[in-house]
Design a protein around this ligand. Structure first.
Ligand SMILES: *[C@@H]1O[C@H](CO)[C@@H](O)[C@H](O)[C@H]1NC(C)=O
Ligand SMILES: *[C@@H]1O[C@H](CO)[C@@H](O)[C@H](O)[C@H]1NC(C)=O
Ligand SMILES: *[C@@H]1O[C@H](CO)[C@@H](O)[C@H](O)[C@H]1NC(C)=O
Length: 324
């Protein structure tokens, strides 16, 4: 049999369409920070690459037993309103380009491990008229209970009905980087546990026009916050509650009320932090000499804080070149 070039390439195209996505740019990156410890966070690396364009596909892929790199192509609408798709261990969930994600719902991780959530837009459970405070429903963008090795990177999370990111009940070895958290009441909550074991790295994020929990860290064993930009926060910025230890480095706070706060048992050490038009509490050193050193766990690079207001809004959030 002799195939012409055109027929052969048509057959190739058909075959590749059948197996789903063939390529996925930057989909096998691995986490840095605390998520790089405890065996590391690789998500679905080494598994098949699949693409979800509809909710039922996403639900099925996310629940699979095998490792998968799951591309979300386009905006998937959750149903019922506020539904959080359960994600099982060893998955990378990644948006295709800058305009993919989930609307009117989110993701839920409960007692799982090794999960990466990148390059997604998640929004739309916010009801500004009746529920600005987000107290009527538990409609988070990303809710995680009792799980380990999680990397949340490069997402744009905004206008949801409850928390944008909730790290609850001893969820440990987490890195939250390059996200844009915006136009929202409760941004990032950590805690809901009497145990002091969780370790979280939070770097290069842009918190913009949020109210509280930027983050609220309750009983966080080690919180390492660096290269973050906080702008127009009306409630409070970084809050060490319970027995939390926060190491806060190279951050820029602009128009923030109560930028850095320690509760009665909280400890804080700061390093090269800038403030512009801020008011209220600024606890730069609360038993700072007893706070952990991040460099004994991993290597990292601090930005010049004067670059943060320019670089972070540009770098945070989903990008066209990822997931394609
Ligand atoms: C986490 O899950 C384990 C069982 O896997 C349970 O024993 C523990 O109480 C849970 N922790 C919290 C704070 O709920
Ligand atoms: C600041 O954030 C609040 C919401 O928390 C918003 O209503 C207000 O418009 C924002 N202001 C600016 C200047 O962006
Ligand atoms: C940081 O990097 C240096 C040089 O590569 C290495 O010797 C050191 O072990 C690293 N530290 C950690 C905590 O990984």
């Amino acid at each position: 049999m002799h195939l012409t070039g055109t027929v052969a390439s048509a057959l190739l195209l058909a075959a590749s369409t059948l197996v789903g996505a063939e390529t996925c740019a930057k989909c096998d990156l691995e986490a840095h920070g605390f998520a790089s410890l405890n065996g590391g966070t690789t998500g679905g690396k080494g598994g098949r690459i699949v693409t979800a364009k509809k909710l039922d596909q996403l639900i099925e892929f996310a629940a699979a037993k095998e490792p998968l790199i799951i591309r979300i192509d386009g905006m998937i609408k959750a149903k019922p309103f506020g539904f959080e798709v359960p994600v099982a261990s060893h998955k990378t969930i990644i948006g295709v380009g800058a305009k993919s994600g989930i609307v009117e719902g989110g993701l839920n991780i409960n007692r799982q491990q090794n999960i990466i959530i990148r390059n997604l837009n998640i929004h739309g459970t916010y009801d500004g008229k009746t529920n600005w405070a987000g107290k009527l429903g538990d409609y988070d963008a990303i809710q995680i209970d009792n799980s380990t090795n999680i990397w949340i990177d490069g997402n744009h999370l905004y206008e949801m009905g409850d928390g944008l990111i909730d790290l609850r009940r001893d969820t440990d070895f987490v890195t939250v980087s390059k996200n844009r958290l915006e136009n929202h009441n409760k941004a990032l909550g950590i805690g809901w546990t009497p145990n002091v074991i969780a370790k979280v790295t939070m770097n290069d994020n842009f918190f913009h026009s949020t109210n509280v929990r930027n983050p609220s860290a309750d009983n966080l064993k080690y919180g390492h916050l660096y290269n973050n930009y906080y702008r127009n926060l009306t409630g409070y910025g970084n809050y060490a509650r319970g027995q939390s230890q926060l190491l806060i480095e190279t951050s820029y706070f602009e128009d923030v009320f109560d930028p850095i706060v320690a509760g009665p048992g909280g400890r804080i050490k700061t390093n090269w932090v800038k403030f512009k038009r801020c008011e209220g509490e600024i606890h730069l050193d609360v038993q700072g000499e007893t706070v952990f050193q991040a460099s004994s766990f991993y290597n990292y690079t601090l930005a010049n804080p004067y670059d943060i207001p320019v670089d972070i809004p540009y770098n945070a959030g989903p990008k066209e070149a990822i997931g394609v």
